[in-house]
Design a protein around this ligand. Structure first.
Ligand SMILES: *Cc1c(COP(=O)(O)O)cnc(C)c1O
Length: 449
C-alpha cells in the first residue's frame, strides 16, 4: 500500500509501542503450553512478558525488539565461554558438515569421555545422554540396580531434573519419614506408589541424615544431592555435611550421587567434588559438558558403571546419545577452559565484582541483601540472615523486593533469572567493566523507592 508519510509515521510509532516480545508471546501461547518449552522461562513468578531472543554474542543477547541485555543466566550455565564463541561455533560447523547423527559410535565420544574422566577422578567410566534429567534418572536406576534396593534420599530444594522419583518434597515432620503418606509429589502425574521410595531431608542437616541411616540404612539405594545447591538460589554445604553423607553411604552400602549438572566445570575444573575433596560413587553432568547443546552424562566407579547394558542388567539407551555435533560443542568448550590455567580464578574474581557490588549497592540503599558466590555462580537474597544455608531460610526472602529489582534491572538491560530461587551465571566473556556497569545499574534500581 502507498500510505501518506503521515500515516507511515503513525504506523512506525505503533510498531515501536507494540513490543515484538508481546506479539511473539501471544502467538506462542496458542500452540505451546504457557508459550514456553520450560516453565521458568514464562516469567510466572515475576510477571510480565518473557524476552524472545533473536541472537547473542559473548555476554550479551538481543530480544525481538532488538534491545540489548547483559546476560547473567547464560542458558542457565552452559555458555561459560560466552555466547557464540567463534571456536565453538567453528567446531560445531565442522561436525555438522559430516552429518548430524549416525546411531553408531564416533571418536568424539571417546575424547569427551576421556576428558571427563581426567578432570573428575571419581569418574572411571561415563555414559553420555541428552539432558541432565536423563543423567539423574539413569544414575538412580543404576544405583537401584547395583544395590538391589529401592529407597532414594534427596534434599529439600535440590532439583535433579524432572524424573518421577525426584519430583518429591517432604511433608512437615521430617522424622516421620518412615510414614510414606508424609511425602507428597511436587508435580501432578507422579504416582504416590513411586513417591514412597523417595525420602526428603533438609539440606545441611547432619542429624537428619544420621537418623535416617540409623533407621533404614540397609534399604537405601542412593543419596542424591547438589553438592553446592544452585536450584534454590545458591546454597553451599556447611562443614561436615558432605563428609557425613560420604561416611554414611560407605558404612551402609548406599550409592552417593553428586548431581553436578550445574556445578560441573562451573565452580571449578573438577566441579564441587574437586573443591570439597569428597569422592562420590556416581556423578551426573549436563549443561557445560554440552557447551549449549543438549547433553548430559553420568559416570563413576567402574564396578557400578559395568552394571549398565550392554555389560550388565541395568538398561539405558538413547538414539541421539553421544551425538557428534553435541560432542564437538562440549569438547571444544572444555578445551577452551583447560587451555587457560587461571580460568576459574578469573571467573571467580569477576563474579565477586558482581556480588560485592550488589552488596555494596544494597547497603547504601539500606536494603538487606545476602549474597553467595562459588566460581562463576552467584546467588542473592533480599533477606537479613547473614548466611543462608537451607530451603526454609531461602523461602523467607523478600519476593516483592525481588520482583521490583528484577523488573528494574530488566528494563535497564540486565537479564537476571526471573525467579528468586535460581542462581545466576557469569561467563569468561563478561568483562570487569560489564560487571561494574551492572552493579552501577543495580545501585540506581535499589535506590528507587
Ligand atoms: C539443570 C539441572 C538438571 C536438569 O538438567 P536438564 O538438562 O534441564 O534436564 C539436573 N540437575 C541439576 C543440578 C540441574 O541444575
Amino acid at each position: 500500500f502507498n500510505y501518506s508519510p503521515a500515516i507511515n509515521k503513525a504506523i512506525k510509532e505503533i510498531e515501536i509501542t507494540v513490543s515484538q516480545n508481546d506479539a511473539l508471546f501471544e502467538r506462542a501461547q496458542k500452540t505451546i503450553p504457557g508459550g514456553v518449552n520450560s516453565p521458568v522461562r514464562a516469567f510466572r513468578q515475576v510477571g510480565g512478558t518473557p524476552r524472545f531472543v533473536t541472537r547473542a554474542q559473548g555476554p550479551y543477547f538481543w530480544d525481538a525488539d532488538n534491545k540489548q541485555y547483559i546476560d547473567l543466566i547464560m542458558s542457565w550455565g552452559p555458555m561459560i565461554v560466552g555466547h557464540a564463541n567463534p571456536e565453538v561455533v567453528e567446531a560445531v560447523k565442522k561436525a555438522a558438515e559430516t552429518s548430524f547423527s549416525y546411531g553408531a559410535p564416533t571418536e568424539g565420544e571417546i575424547e569427551l569421555a576421556e576428558r571427563i574422566c581426567q578432570l573428575m577422578p571419581s569418574i572411571e567410566q561415563v555414559r553420555m545422554v541428552s539432558s541432565g534429567t536423563e543423567a539423574t534418572m539413569s544414575a538412580l536406576r543404576l544405583a537401584r540396580g547395583y544395590t538391589g534396593r529401592d529407597l532414594i534420599i534427596k534434599f529439600e530444594g535440590c532439583y535433579h531434573g524432572h524424573a518421577d522419583s525426584l519430583l518429591v518434597k517432604a511433608g512437615s515432620g521430617l522424622l516421620t519419614f518412615a510414614d510414606s503418606t508424609q511425602n507428597a509429589p511436587s508435580s501432578g502425574g507422579v504416582p504416590q506408589d513411586l513417591v514412597k521410595h523417595t525420602l526428603v531431608l533438609p539440606y545441611n542437616d547432619v542429624a537428619a541424615i544420621e537418623e535416617v541411616f540409623k533407621k533404614q540404612g540397609d534399604q537405601i539405594a542412593a543419596v542424591i544431592l547438589e553438592p553446592i545447591a544452585g536450584n534454590m538460589n545458591l546454597i553451599t554445604p556447611v562443614p561436615g555435611f558432605l563428609e557425613c553423607l560420604r561416611a554414611q553411604c560407605t558404612q551402609h552400602g548406599a550409592v552417593l550421587i553428586f548431581d553436578e549438572v550445574m556445578t560441573g566445570f562451573r565452580v571449578a575444573l573438577g566441579g564441587a567434588q574437586g573443591l570439597c575433596g569428597i569422592k562420590p560413587d556416581l556423578t551426573t553432568l549436563g549443561k557445560i559438558v554440552g557447551g549449549g547443546m543438549p547433553v548430559g552424562a553420568f559416570g563413576g566407579k567402574r564396578a557400578i558403571m559395568e552394571k549398565l547394558a550392554p555389560l550388565g542388567p541395568v538398561y539405558q539407551a538413547g538414539t541421539l546419545s553421544g551425538n557428534p555435533v553435541a560432542m564437538a560443542a562440549g569438547l571444544k568448550t572444555l578445551e577452551l577452559i583447560c587451555a587457560q590455567p587461571d580460568f576459574y580464578k578469573q571467573l571467580s574474581d569477576r563474579t565477586r565484582v558482581l556480588t560485592e557490588g550488589l552488596t555494596h549497592a544494597a547497603h547504601k540503599a539500606g536494603i538487606a541483601l545476602t549474597t553467595n558466590q562459588v566460581g562463576g555462580m552467584f546467588g542473592y537474597f533480599f533477606n537479613d540472615e547473614p548466611t543462608i544455608t537451607n530451603y526454609a531460610e531461602v523461602m523467607r526472602s523478600d519476593t516483592t523486593r525481588f520482583k521490583q529489582f528484577f523488573h528494574g534491572m530488566l528494563q535497564a538491560g540486565v537479564y537476571l533469572a526471573p525467579s528468586a530461587f535460581e542462581a545466576g551465571f557469569i561467563s569468561a566473556a563478561h568483562s570487569e567493566e560489564d560487571l561494574a556497569n551492572t552493579t552501577e545499574i543495580a545501585e540506581k534500581i535499589l535506590n528507587k523507592k
